[in-house]
Design a protein around this ligand. Structure first.
Ligand SMILES: C[S@@+](CC[C@H](N)C(=O)[O-])C[C@H]1O[C@@H](n2cnc3c(N)ncnc32)[C@H](O)[C@@H]1O
Length: 360
């Protein structure tokens, strides 16, 4: 069965049973929250208009036990479908996030972080009877404690203006042009998630071309953002109406690939040795290496050993000695060579060599 970049229709547990194990890098799941809105109970805004909350049939369960049973079953299937180093992000509200978290742990998932999505424009508590419920929680978990899950740390820092990304994320709820309408100009779906939230999740927790599973597709927000970001997706949904509007949405998406999508900030620099740089003529045996005060040592071995005060040591040991440091330092942060009469950091020379190697 071809399931890549497709919407699969049916009951999510049954559909997942037919997919091959360990196929997916990541799962974003926005399941029924089991809001338990009282049958027939209407909510009114302060000015008197009716508020259209989530009282859809797909969110109804006979009891918390049956909700937990359903949660255990779909999470078991996701677990089977995730690669060993895969991870999952499940979103829900206080109505069910504790049960979901407990079942995740019971099944062997390892909760890495809980993320608070703080809504900048939450629905008010119309009756003024309790706190305004202004956040939802995302549980980010790997398949096991030892899994090497994807985390684009530096991309997160970049997206957060140079500061380490925290676990409280502020976004408005989905509204305006982003909100899908049906042909009668009515809101298509009660729980459409904002693209900005999915953008951050996908940027931080996946790589380019990764295959992402969403077992509760709805308006296909996950697929739309995944496609825009150069990732692949499999969306599962039962409702034909959501599928038909969701497919239209997916068809209009054009990929936009920037440094964030490519996670260039997180790419590890190419490993190169001093020996190969000497062989390529980037350093020369007998040349002088300086610290910032002009003190010098001589490169005497292609392995990177320097002669300093008539003793031959590794360049890192010499750099530490020159800088009066007892701890081990990285010589590439401290030493310079002369090029065209100017002091150039040996790190800069190494970067030039890396660039040349990548181009080759
Ligand atoms: C919370 S909504 C997901 C909304 C989606 N994230 C979006 O941004 O539009 C959950 C979706 O799961 C679907 N659903 C619920 N139970 C399902 C089941 N057992 N099998 C397949 N789909 C299901 C519902 O029809 C609903 O569209």
């Amino acid at each position: 069965m071809n399931f890549v970049n497709k919407i699969l229709q049916g009951d999510t547990i049954e559909v997942m049973k037919n997919l091959p194990e360990k196929s997916f890098d990541f799962c974003f799941a926005d399941p029924p929250y089991f809001m338990q809105i009282e049958e027939g109970k209407k909510l009114f805004r302060v000015e008197g208009t009716e508020f259209d909350g989530c009282d859809d049939d797909w969110d109804k369960f006979a009891s918390m036990d049956s909700y937990k049973d359903f949660t255990r079953k779909w999470l078991c299937e996701v677990r089977r479908l995730l690669k060993d180093n895969g991870s999952i992000c499940v979103i829900s509200g206080m109505q069910s996030i504790y049960e979901i978290g407990s079942i995740l742990r019971e099944l062997g998932f390892w909760v890495i972080n809980d993320i608070i999505w703080k809504k900048t424009n939450p629905t008010p508590n119309f009756g003024g009877t309790r706190l305004n419920n202004s956040h939802e929680t995302l549980l980010w978990a790997s398949k096991s404690k030892k899994a090497k899950f994807t985390f684009n740390y530096k991309t997160g820092k970049f997206l957060n203006g140079g500061k380490q990304m925290g676990s409280i994320w502020e976004f408005p709820v989905c509204s305006g042009n982003e909100r899908l309408k049906d042909d009668d100009d009515k809101k298509l779906h009660n729980t459409q998630k904002p693209e900005a939230l999915l953008y951050r999740v996908i940027a931080l927790f996946t790589h380019m071309d990764d295959l992402i599973l969403d077992p509760f597709g709805g308006t296909m927000t996950t697929g739309a953002v995944a496609k825009r970001m150069g990732r692949r997706f499999t969306m599962i949904e039962r409702d034909s109406k959501y599928i038909s509007y969701g497919q239209r949405r997916l068809d209009t998406v054009v990929p936009v690939i920037t440094d964030v999508e490519n996670a260039v900030f997180d790419q590890k620099p190419l490993k190169v040795s001093v020996k190969e740089m000497v062989e390529a003529g980037y350093f020369h045996i007998g040349e002088e290496f300086f610290n910032k005060h002009g003190e010098k040592a001589i490169l005497v071995e292609a392995t990177g050993k320097l002669d300093y005060h008539n003793k031959t040591k590794s360049m890192h040991e010499v750099a530490a000695e020159m800088m009066g440091q007892e701890r081990r330092v990285n010589a590439f942060d401290y030493l310079f060579v002369l090029r065209d009469g100017k002091m150039v950091s040996i790190d800069e020379i190494r970067n030039l060599y890396r660039k040349m190697k990548i181009k080759q």
